[in-house]
Design a protein around this ligand. Structure first.
Ligand SMILES: O=C(O)CCC(=O)C(=O)O
Ligand SMILES: [Mn+2]
Length: 196
């Protein structure tokens, strides 16, 4: 377990467990979720222009826990067995009960997520976010919103890893998965959240 916080990461609180799920469990979850999840291609609307998100997404959770980001409204699909199993393990580690999960499928090196923080109002103040990764390793980068001189923090989020982001992290830091310059296979990421 690697903990990252002040002074290396002012206003941040990360806890990273690289082999949270073992290899055979991770292989299993990866294959099952790739096939079973109802992946969608969402688009961002800016005026009359629509831009497709550079990844596929899905939203699962307790019924009624709707989620909106960048103008996209998502109604949750009901929990399935692999997602509930992962949720149980993540809840136990984080010491909370998550009620929803946003899934991202990065099909190859060209898929990405742009700089943002998970700070939608329905997540409340100082939200805890639990991020589970399966498949190809991708670089996850964090940068401070106002202290531009602070170095970026980079983590190689690998197959079966769990990253907890807590406390004021979302208020002070943005994060991204940049496109990769070298070819990579598919990667799945699950961010468990508590919608109030
Ligand atoms: O894929 C990741 O590791 C991060 C995804 C993410 O930041 C998000 O869905 O909000
Ligand atoms: Mn995020």
């Amino acid at each position: 377990m690697i903990k990252i916080g002040p002074p290396e990461m002012p206003n941040g609180d990360l806890c990273w467990i690289r082999e949270f799920f073992d290899l055979s469990q991770s292989d299993d979850f990866f294959q099952t979720l790739l096939a079973m999840v109802q992946w969608r291609q969402n688009a961002l609307k800016r005026g009359r222009r629509e831009t497709q998100l550079p990844r596929l997404t899905a939203w699962y959770g307790h019924s009624g826990k709707n989620y909106s980001y960048s103008g996209i409204r998502m109604k949750p699909l009901p929990w399935n067995v692999p997602l509930s199993t992962i949720k149980q393990a993540v809840d136990a580690e984080a010491g909370v009960k998550f009620n929803s999960v946003l899934l991202n499928l990065y099909r190859n090196e060209r898929d990405s997520v742009a700089w943002h923080s998970d700070d939608e109002p329905e997540l409340g103040k100082n939200p805890i976010i639990a991020s589970v990764s399966f498949g190809a390793t991708r670089r996850f980068v964090l940068k401070h919103k106002s202290e531009k001189r602070l170095p970026k923090i980079e983590l190689e989020l690998s197959h079966g890893s769990l990253l907890l982001m807590r406390g004021p992290t979302q208020h002070h830091w943005v994060h991204a998965i940049p496109k990769s310059k070298i070819p990579v296979g598919p990667r799945l990421n699950l961010t468990f959240r508590i919608i109030h």
